[in-house]
Design a protein around this ligand. Structure first.
Ligand SMILES: *Cc1c(COP(=O)(O)O)cnc(C)c1O
Length: 215
């Protein structure tokens, strides 16, 4: 039962930790069944699926975009998105700010940092973000609010590797938290969220531990 699984995990978490239920590929009815027990944060990684689900589900849901976002699709989610976790380039940030300005809506985003050695993972380097922070470049985007950082660890069974990667992101987050006003550190998926919690994550993105395996 997905409701029980969600409740069980939530009961182990501190109140200040937000659990984003990653509902990609999962049907409307399952999302609705979690919404019905009071859960409002859901994550998707494809724009079309996100737009479709947003269209038919209650407007109170907080939709999180967690997957790589193409610039030509930004416009579709700007009117309603709660938080974009996956801002992985300045070109994408420019586009988000541009589309947000057009409808006069301030959009919340996270900067995705590449913390893994995995070649397929998107994101900024620590050096790039440090440059943006020190030169106050993120402040120039009037229609985006950078709420914090997101990272994905290497897909491995080696917990030390994962721990090292999360630890680096935690250190960076804590170092710049005050001068940036960052308040969100999005780390941790089904296989590694315990390690993420140890490293001060306050936003988990959990799919399969709640919904079961995806096909
Ligand atoms: C799919 C996905 C998740 C959730 O993955 P699980 O292993 O099923 O918990 C989390 N974050 C991102 C960016 C994803 O694409």
């Amino acid at each position: 039962m997905i409701q029980n699984r969600l409740e069980k995990i939530k009961n182990t978490l501190n109140e200040d930790i937000i659990l984003v239920a990653v509902s990609k590929t999962k049907p409307i009815e399952q999302i609705k069944s979690l919404y019905d027990i009071g859960h409002v944060d859901f994550g998707e990684n494809k724009v079309q699926e996100l737009v479709n689900k947003h269209g038919v589900l209650p407007k109170e849901i907080n939709w999180h975009m967690i997957g790589h976002l193409q610039r030509n699709k930004v416009k579709q989610i700007i009117p309603f998105i709660h938080l974009i976790h996956s801002v992985d380039s300045l070109r994408l940030l420019n586009k988000i700010n541009y589309e947000a300005k057009k409808i006069n809506r301030k959009v919340n985003i996270l900067i995705q940092i590449k913390i893994s050695n995995d070649n397929s993972k998107y994101g900024f380097s620590f050096d790039e973000i440090e440059h943006l922070i020190k030169n106050r470049i993120l402040d120039e985007y009037e229609f985006t609010e950078v709420k914090g950082l997101m990272g994905m660890a290497t897909f491995t069974n080696d917990e030390n590797v994962i721990d090292d990667e999360f630890k680096k992101l935690k250190k960076f987050y804590l170092k710049y938290r005050q001068q940036t006003n960052f308040s969100i550190l999005s780390m941790g998926m089904s296989g590694d969220y315990m390690i993420a919690l140890k490293n001060k994550s306050n936003m988990l993105r959990l799919g399969s531990v709640i919904f079961g395996k995806r096909n």
